[in-house]
Design a protein around this ligand. Structure first.
Ligand SMILES: [Zn+2]
Length: 444
């Protein structure tokens, strides 16, 4: 789907059938980082993949960076300035360079500035990834000095040193934060007063605070994306793994996420997610992982997937209107793995043969989305049909139907009631609907 909002410079996202995420975490400090990458062993693979963009790590959730920042955050055994190296790779291979940057999660920032750390509902510091032996992270409050003294410093360095084509932010899901700064902002936004301990026991607190936090995240993203565009007007911005509702779409140049696979072995949620994206008038891609593992079961050995499986996942995403983000792992020293790259090239070939169908076309627009609770922040693949947030599908034979040209129908109501549980949700009698959309949907 082509959006009028996109400038020509950004519409390339729509026309890029496949992108590549190189998942080379900078979290592991006891082995050299990036010493195995050379132009000779990297450029030919990237060129043969014929990508829209290659995405590499600039900063991981631990806070370690893949370049030497003035903040002293670089990987302890950094063997190469990776953003600068991949700038060269991308230029030679003829694709764009996107940098992965951990947003509201940062272990080093939290260690150095404990007052920046988010507070949870019980007023304890919010830490993450404690189950790993070699790494941890903190949620960082967006109302602290984190933006001014940390993130904006990093962004300036990156844009002046390696001229990236965009930023993919991960980790914006760390909230909400209940620190004194955020308490104060909540009081101001809601005009609630009284003692905090009493306030947070109110029955409507969670729902009210969720709305407040959606706004907080939105403001954070608006600031982030504005800075990216200030530094480079043509650069693109996305926050991955969050899929805020239409009213919060402002900062996004494209939708993206990496939660479809590896942990999800069910293809249906991938398709649902793409259908949701397809109603939001922005390009979208989904990262499909060439390795099978489960985030929640870290002790289980990972396995690579077959080429056929990757083609199946790619077809699922592409046929539902998304672009394919191929997610792979390099060797410990950062060199790309030839066997994995050969598989990625096979998937690329598979997609190329079908590109004329996928590009410049839209999925069938008979998509109805009903979201009954506006304190729910996002649709997550897998929650869809049964979930409390949103229901997807063809609403035929019932009361709600999207017009063929409407590009989907989105309904928001204030009632927290779930009004559907299957692909057709014919009887929605909640009332209080507000219709949004580019074209008037058809109610039947
Ligand atoms: Zn806070």
């Amino acid at each position: 789907m082509q959006s009028g909002r996109l400038s020509n410079a950004k519409s390339w996202l729509n026309n890029s059938m496949m992108n590549l995420l190189i998942d080379y975490y900078p979290e592991i400090q006891f082995r050299p980082y990036g010493t195995g990458c050379t132009l000779d062993n990297t450029v030919p693979w990237i060129r043969d993949l014929d990508l829209g963009y290659v995405c590499i790590y600039a900063k991981g959730h631990s806070g370690y960076t893949t370049w030497k920042s003035a903040l002293g955050t670089h990987h302890r055994m950094l063997g190469r300035d990776m953003p600068a190296f991949f700038r060269e790779v991308a230029s030679r291979a003829g694709c764009r360079l996107i940098l992965y940057y951990s947003g509201m999660l940062d272990g080093i920032a939290g260690l150095r500035h404990p007052d920046w750390i988010m507070r949870d509902f019980e007023d304890k510091p919010k830490s993450f990834f404690g189950e790993f032996r070699s790494f941890f992270s903190y949620g960082i409050c967006p109302r602290s000095r984190y933006w001014e003294d940390w993130v904006s410093v990093h962004l300036k360095e990156l844009f002046s040193s390696c001229d990236p084509d965009g930023i993919w932010v991960d980790g914006d899901w760390a909230g909400p934060c209940f620190c004194p700064r955020c308490q104060e902002a909540f009081r101001k936004a809601t005009r609630w007063d009284g003692r905090w301990e009493e306030m947070k026991r109110r029955p409507d607190f969670v729902q009210e605070h969720s709305r407040f936090w959606l706004q907080t995240e939105h403001e954070w993203r608006m600031r982030f994306s504005a800075e990216v565009r200030r530094l480079k007007p043509d650069a693109v911005y996305s926050a991955g793994n969050v899929s805020p509702r239409r009213e919060f779409a402002g900062p996004f140049d494209w939708r993206s996420g990496d939660f479809f696979s590896p942990g999800s072995f069910n293809l249906a949620p991938m398709a649902q997610m793409m259908r949701w994206y397809a109603t939001l008038d922005l390009p979208a891609d989904a990262y499909i992982c060439d390795t099978s593992f489960t985030h929640a079961r870290k002790h289980v050995r990972s396995r690579t997937k077959t080429a056929q499986r990757m083609m199946q996942e790619a077809a699922t995403v592409a046929s539902a209107g998304g672009r394919v983000g191929y997610w792979t792992y390099p060797q410990g020293d950062g060199a790309l793995m030839p066997s994995r790259m050969r598989k990625a090239i096979a998937v690329r070939r598979f997609l190329k043969e079908r590109e004329h169908l996928f590009l410049s076309s839209m999925p069938v627009a008979w998509t109805g989305i009903v979201s009954t609770d506006d304190s729910v922040q996002r649709f997550i693949g897998g929650e869809g049909i049964q979930g409390r947030a949103a229901c997807f599908g063809k609403a035929e034979g019932g009361r709600i139907r999207a017009g063929r040209d409407s590009g989907g129908l989105e309904l928001f109501g204030r009632s927290p009631r779930v009004c559907g549980s299957s692909f057709s949700y014919p009887r929605c009698d909640c009332g209080g609907w507000r219709l949004t959309g580019e074209a008037a949907p058809v109610l039947t």
